[in-house]
Design a protein around this ligand. Structure first.
Ligand SMILES: [Zn+2]
Length: 197
Protein backbone atom coordinates (compact mmCIF):
# COMPACT_ATOMS: atom_id res chain seq x y z
CA UNK A 1 0.00 0.00 0.00
CA UNK A 2 1.29 3.43 -0.92
CA UNK A 3 0.70 6.12 1.68
CA UNK A 4 0.12 9.53 0.10
CA UNK A 5 -0.60 11.58 3.24
CA UNK A 6 1.34 12.50 6.36
CA UNK A 7 0.06 12.11 9.93
CA UNK A 8 1.67 13.64 13.03
CA UNK A 9 3.52 10.85 14.91
CA UNK A 10 1.54 11.65 18.10
CA UNK A 11 -1.73 10.82 16.33
CA UNK A 12 -3.31 7.44 15.70
CA UNK A 13 -6.51 5.87 14.41
CA UNK A 14 -8.76 4.37 17.09
CA UNK A 15 -12.39 3.41 17.54
CA UNK A 16 -14.46 6.53 18.03
CA UNK A 17 -17.63 7.03 20.08
CA UNK A 18 -19.08 9.27 17.42
CA UNK A 19 -18.35 7.52 14.14
CA UNK A 20 -16.65 4.14 13.70
CA UNK A 21 -13.07 5.29 13.72
CA UNK A 22 -11.42 8.56 14.51
CA UNK A 23 -7.98 10.10 14.92
CA UNK A 24 -6.76 10.59 18.49
CA UNK A 25 -3.82 12.30 20.19
CA UNK A 26 -1.42 9.95 22.02
CA UNK A 27 0.40 12.94 23.54
CA UNK A 28 -0.21 16.64 24.10
CA UNK A 29 -0.09 18.84 21.00
CA UNK A 30 0.39 22.61 20.89
CA UNK A 31 -1.87 25.14 19.16
CA UNK A 32 -1.00 25.59 15.47
CA UNK A 33 1.12 22.44 15.37
CA UNK A 34 0.73 20.67 12.04
CA UNK A 35 -1.41 17.52 12.42
CA UNK A 36 -1.68 16.14 8.92
CA UNK A 37 -0.89 16.82 5.29
CA UNK A 38 -3.48 15.40 2.94
CA UNK A 39 -2.28 13.85 -0.28
CA UNK A 40 -4.09 11.79 -2.87
CA UNK A 41 -5.57 12.04 -6.28
CA UNK A 42 -7.02 15.32 -7.52
CA UNK A 43 -10.26 14.85 -9.42
CA UNK A 44 -13.25 16.79 -10.65
CA UNK A 45 -16.14 16.44 -8.21
CA UNK A 46 -18.26 14.41 -10.63
CA UNK A 47 -15.37 12.04 -11.30
CA UNK A 48 -15.44 10.81 -7.73
CA UNK A 49 -18.22 8.44 -8.82
CA UNK A 50 -15.56 6.57 -10.74
CA UNK A 51 -13.67 5.49 -7.63
CA UNK A 52 -14.93 2.49 -5.61
CA UNK A 53 -18.14 3.37 -3.75
CA UNK A 54 -16.70 2.56 -0.31
CA UNK A 55 -13.94 5.15 -0.89
CA UNK A 56 -16.14 8.00 -2.13
CA UNK A 57 -16.83 9.29 1.38
CA UNK A 58 -13.08 9.83 1.88
CA UNK A 59 -12.87 12.60 -0.69
CA UNK A 60 -12.22 16.14 0.51
CA UNK A 61 -13.21 19.26 -1.41
CA UNK A 62 -10.23 21.52 -2.17
CA UNK A 63 -11.83 23.97 -4.62
CA UNK A 64 -15.27 24.65 -6.16
CA UNK A 65 -14.71 22.00 -8.82
CA UNK A 66 -12.12 19.67 -7.32
CA UNK A 67 -11.78 17.11 -4.59
CA UNK A 68 -8.79 15.26 -3.21
CA UNK A 69 -9.55 11.56 -3.18
CA UNK A 70 -7.79 8.35 -2.19
CA UNK A 71 -4.99 7.47 -4.56
CA UNK A 72 -5.05 3.80 -3.64
CA UNK A 73 -7.69 1.15 -3.25
CA UNK A 74 -7.88 1.33 0.54
CA UNK A 75 -8.38 4.23 2.96
CA UNK A 76 -5.43 5.74 4.84
CA UNK A 77 -5.44 6.79 8.51
CA UNK A 78 -5.73 10.45 7.45
CA UNK A 79 -9.12 9.64 5.90
CA UNK A 80 -10.60 9.09 9.37
CA UNK A 81 -10.74 12.60 10.84
CA UNK A 82 -14.32 13.07 11.98
CA UNK A 83 -16.47 16.17 11.78
CA UNK A 84 -17.37 18.11 14.91
CA UNK A 85 -19.40 21.31 15.28
CA UNK A 86 -16.91 22.23 18.05
CA UNK A 87 -13.61 21.14 16.45
CA UNK A 88 -10.05 21.41 17.74
CA UNK A 89 -8.35 21.60 14.34
CA UNK A 90 -8.57 23.62 11.16
CA UNK A 91 -6.78 24.28 7.87
CA UNK A 92 -3.75 26.19 6.69
CA UNK A 93 -3.92 26.22 2.92
CA UNK A 94 -6.00 23.42 1.45
CA UNK A 95 -4.14 20.33 2.61
CA UNK A 96 -2.49 21.21 5.94
CA UNK A 97 -4.49 20.43 9.06
CA UNK A 98 -3.31 22.27 12.21
CA UNK A 99 -4.34 22.42 15.87
CA UNK A 100 -6.66 25.39 16.55
CA UNK A 101 -5.91 25.18 20.27
CA UNK A 102 -3.75 23.15 22.65
CA UNK A 103 -4.86 19.50 22.50
CA UNK A 104 -4.48 17.06 25.38
CA UNK A 105 -3.45 13.42 25.08
CA UNK A 106 -6.53 11.25 24.54
CA UNK A 107 -8.61 13.86 22.74
CA UNK A 108 -10.12 13.05 19.36
CA UNK A 109 -8.96 15.35 16.57
CA UNK A 110 -11.86 16.80 14.61
CA UNK A 111 -12.46 19.57 12.14
CA UNK A 112 -15.70 21.15 10.94
CA UNK A 113 -16.54 19.97 7.43
CA UNK A 114 -17.86 23.50 6.82
CA UNK A 115 -14.17 24.47 6.63
CA UNK A 116 -13.75 22.53 3.38
CA UNK A 117 -17.17 22.11 1.76
CA UNK A 118 -18.91 24.67 -0.43
CA UNK A 119 -21.33 24.57 -3.33
CA UNK A 120 -19.70 22.73 -6.21
CA UNK A 121 -19.44 24.44 -9.57
CA UNK A 122 -20.31 22.43 -12.69
CA UNK A 123 -21.78 19.57 -10.69
CA UNK A 124 -25.24 18.68 -9.39
CA UNK A 125 -23.75 17.15 -6.27
CA UNK A 126 -25.12 18.60 -3.03
CA UNK A 127 -23.35 17.96 0.25
CA UNK A 128 -25.43 17.38 3.39
CA UNK A 129 -24.54 15.43 6.51
CA UNK A 130 -26.57 14.64 9.62
CA UNK A 131 -24.54 15.39 12.73
CA UNK A 132 -24.82 14.02 16.26
CA UNK A 133 -21.45 15.24 17.53
CA UNK A 134 -22.99 16.04 20.92
CA UNK A 135 -21.51 19.54 21.11
CA UNK A 136 -23.80 22.29 22.49
CA UNK A 137 -23.00 24.06 19.21
CA UNK A 138 -24.19 21.12 17.08
CA UNK A 139 -25.97 22.28 13.91
CA UNK A 140 -27.63 18.83 13.42
CA UNK A 141 -27.28 19.13 9.64
CA UNK A 142 -24.03 20.18 8.00
CA UNK A 143 -24.49 21.75 4.58
CA UNK A 144 -22.38 23.26 1.82
CA UNK A 145 -23.79 26.68 2.80
CA UNK A 146 -22.48 26.58 6.37
CA UNK A 147 -19.21 28.43 5.60
CA UNK A 148 -21.40 31.52 5.07
CA UNK A 149 -22.64 31.52 8.68
CA UNK A 150 -21.21 34.61 10.43
CA UNK A 151 -20.73 32.69 13.71
CA UNK A 152 -18.56 30.10 11.95
CA UNK A 153 -16.61 32.76 10.09
CA UNK A 154 -15.82 34.36 13.47
CA UNK A 155 -14.84 31.11 15.16
CA UNK A 156 -12.79 29.69 12.28
CA UNK A 157 -11.20 32.92 11.02
CA UNK A 158 -7.94 31.86 9.32
CA UNK A 159 -8.72 28.14 9.61
CA UNK A 160 -11.02 27.59 6.63
CA UNK A 161 -9.56 25.79 3.64
CA UNK A 162 -7.76 28.54 1.71
CA UNK A 163 -10.21 28.52 -1.20
CA UNK A 164 -13.11 29.17 1.21
CA UNK A 165 -11.09 31.73 3.19
CA UNK A 166 -10.57 33.55 -0.14
CA UNK A 167 -14.32 33.43 -0.90
CA UNK A 168 -15.08 34.90 2.55
CA UNK A 169 -12.55 37.69 2.10
CA UNK A 170 -13.85 38.47 -1.43
CA UNK A 171 -17.41 38.72 -0.09
CA UNK A 172 -16.30 40.94 2.78
CA UNK A 173 -14.37 43.18 0.39
CA UNK A 174 -17.37 43.42 -1.93
CA UNK A 175 -19.59 44.30 0.99
CA UNK A 176 -17.11 46.92 2.22
CA UNK A 177 -17.00 48.31 -1.33
CA UNK A 178 -20.77 48.61 -1.43
CA UNK A 179 -20.74 50.46 1.87
CA UNK A 180 -17.96 52.76 0.74
CA UNK A 181 -19.85 53.39 -2.50
CA UNK A 182 -22.96 54.47 -0.67
CA UNK A 183 -20.92 56.67 1.64
CA UNK A 184 -19.15 58.65 -1.08
CA UNK A 185 -19.58 62.34 -0.44
CA UNK A 186 -20.19 64.33 -3.59
CA UNK A 187 -18.81 67.89 -3.39
CA UNK A 188 -21.60 70.44 -3.68
CA UNK A 189 -20.22 72.14 -6.76
CA UNK A 190 -19.33 68.94 -8.67
CA UNK A 191 -22.65 68.78 -10.53
CA UNK A 192 -22.28 72.42 -11.52
CA UNK A 193 -18.78 71.81 -12.87
CA UNK A 194 -19.94 68.85 -14.92
CA UNK A 195 -22.88 70.77 -16.33
CA UNK A 196 -20.74 73.67 -17.37
CA UNK A 197 -18.49 71.49 -19.58
ZN1 LIG B 1 -22.60 18.53 15.35
Amino acid sequence: MTISSWLHPHLEKRNSDTEGHGIFARADIRKDERLAIFGGKIMLIDDMYQIPEELQRFTMQIEERFVLGPSGTVAEDTDFFNHSCCPNSGFKGQVFLVAMRDIRAGEEITFDYAMTVSESVGSDMVFSLDCACGSPLCRKTITEQDWMLPALQDRYQGYFSQYIQDKIEARNAARAGELAGSDVIVPENETAVLLSR
